[in-house]
Design a protein around this ligand. Structure first.
Ligand SMILES: [Zn+2]
Ligand SMILES: [Zn+2]
Length: 127
């Protein structure tokens, strides 16, 4: 039943597991997945969720991302990092666009706040 609710409203009842970073999941994949699942927090709350569970000592994380131009969760995977060009897809109108759903994370080591190989620095991506 909860699957039906999820598909129609895109607002599933939060199960604690669903809103936690998966083992080895990187910050970028986690934040992107949460924004798709639950929406942007209009702050860096999903970033902070990741930090608390996966990189507790990275206390400067939100400050660092803010300095890189992130204003909220969704801008982390738009302004700071972007999906690498090899994952972009052709849209119906012939434009090359980032995929809405990113493939499963390639994984990062524990305590890392770096993105996995799916992501590149946004300012390096010259399309
Ligand atoms: Zn946002
Ligand atoms: Zn990843």
């Amino acid at each position: 039943m909860s699957n039906v609710i999820h598909l129609l409203t895109r607002r599933p009842i939060q199960s604690p597991q669903e809103v936690l970073p998966r083992p080895e999941e990187c910050l970028a994949c986690f934040v992107h997945r949460m924004v798709g699942l639950q929406g942007c927090s209009d702050a860096l709350r999903w970033v902070e969720q990741f930090r608390v569970h996966r990189a507790r000592r990275a206390t400067a994380l939100t400050r660092r991302l803010t300095a890189q131009g992130a204003r909220c969760d969704c801008s982390v995977t738009d302004v700071v990092w972007r999906v690498g060009p090899e994952l972009w897809e052709w849209a119906w109108d012939g434009r090359l666009v980032p995929p809405e759903v990113v493939p499963p994370c390639r994984g990062v080591r524990p305590n890392s706040t770096q993105p996995c190989r799916h992501w590149v620095a946004a300012d390096e991506l010259a399309m």
